[in-house]
Ligand binder design. Structure first.
Ligand code: ATP
Ligand code: TPS
Ligand code: MG
Ligand code: MG
Ligand code: MG
Length: 321
């Protein structure tokens, strides 16, 4: 690979020609990248569609994240939103703004990162857009198939429901803290969870099939996102004691927490970007793997932790809210 070649050395067509070979064709891809729009199959006539953007120095730093890392993260954060509706992802489109001095190899890495997540899932990366800009911006739109299921909204939680979580919690925030403190040595797992998060995508449809009443993925922090579910549903979410509900995460995060002098409970309750799934189920539901109980839905408003007002920051807000 020629690392000296820059984006400004190529035409758009030439850059696209470097991207297309890495992009997987999905089973539902009817017209692949290259036309004005892609055509994807929608077997039951409904398509789930969502978009999320990654902005350099806001969501990632090029000093820490390779192109492949950013492509991976862009795919996962969007596929998690599809899964959180109870759907299976079918295709992505990717809009990319890049500065002219960005190495072409970085863009090829981004395409490979998208492919590394989407290819094994049979999800096509079916098009996108290219622009120049002062920093790298990666905007993905993802589509999904409900396969006949009713979508699981944020608004369906009811008092008495069990709150459950699938996936990791706190690890991406820990990885970010380690990178920030130049202590990546103290937690390779956490750093990789930050750079290349994994979301339990199969758990979304499984939750829907098991009768989940509400669901979302945790992008901004457990407390903040649970608060969104509580508000949309008109209920209160009372999370169990983190030492019980998230014992495995807290144990795994202990070395990283010691390295940077942080209470890992703050990462579990307020860290985002792990893209685990938070769902509610009627009491007595046998929770589908890998969901574990983490709380109870009550009548009321807001989010409590073991019946008390939380004392740690709830998570990310781009505008300081
Ligand atoms: N610029 C926008 N125009 C229209 N709708 C938007 C816009 N930004 C967000 N939304 C909608 O607002 C809702 C909440 O968006 P939000 O981005 O917070 O959710 P999310 O994608 O699940 O979380 P995150 O972005 O933190 O991963 C979604 O339905 C989203 O489609
Ligand atoms: C360099 C750097 N600094 C801070 C963060 C933390 N961060 C940024 S956006 C966000 C919430 C999710 O974003 P969105 O709501 O846009 O999906 C979080 C937790 C990071 N990832 N990289
Ligand atoms: Mg979003
Ligand atoms: Mg989401
Ligand atoms: Mg957000």
């Amino acid at each position: 690979m020629n690392d000296d070649l820059r984006v400004s050395d190529l035409s758009e067509e030439q850059l696209l020609a470097r991207i297309f070979p890495h992009l997987p064709v999905g089973a539902g891809t009817l017209v692949p990248p290259g036309d004005d729009a892609a055509v994807v199959a929608a077997p039951d006539g409904r398509v789930v569609v969502t978009t999320d953007v990654l902005v350099e120095d806001r969501h990632f730093r090029r000093a820490w994240s390779s192109g492949q890392d950013v492509g991976w993260r862009a795919a996962v954060q969007n596929l998690a939103d599809v899964a959180a509706m109870g759907a299976r992802p079918t295709s992505l489109v990717v809009a990319l703004a890049v500065p002219g001095d960005l190495p072409v190899a970085w863009v090829e890495g981004l395409a490979r990162g998208l492919g590394a997540v989407c290819g094994p899932l049979g999800v096509g990366v079916v098009g996108g857009d290219l622009s120049g800009g002062p920093v790298v911006v990666v905007a993905v739109a993802a589509h999904g198939d409900l396969e006949g299921r009713a979508p699981v909204l944020r608004s369906g939680a009811r008092p008495g429901d069990v709150v459950a979580h699938a996936g990791r919690c706190g690890w991406s925030a820990a990885g970010l803290a380690l990178l920030d403190a130049d202590r990546a040595d103290a937690g390779a797992d956490a750093v990789s969870a930050h750079l290349r998060p994994t979301s339990p995508l199969d758990a979304g449809p499984a939750a829907a099939d098991a009768g989940a009443t509400a669901m979302l993925d945790i992008s901004d922090g457990l407390l903040r996102d649970a608060g969104r579910m509580a508000r949309a549903s008109g209920v209160q979410v009372d999370l169990d004691e983190p030492g019980d509900a998230f014992a495995a995460d807290l144990a795994g995060l202990a070395p990283a927490a010691a390295a940077v002098g942080v209470d890992p409970v703050a990462w579990v309750l307020g860290g985002g970007e792990d893209h685990g799934l938070l769902a509610t189920f009627p009491a007595g539901t046998v929770l589908p793997a890998p969901f574990r109980r983490v709380g109870t839905v009550r009548a009321g408003t807001g989010v409590l932790v073991a019946g008390q007002m939380p004392t740690v920051a709830p998570g990310w807000d781009h505008f300081g809210g």
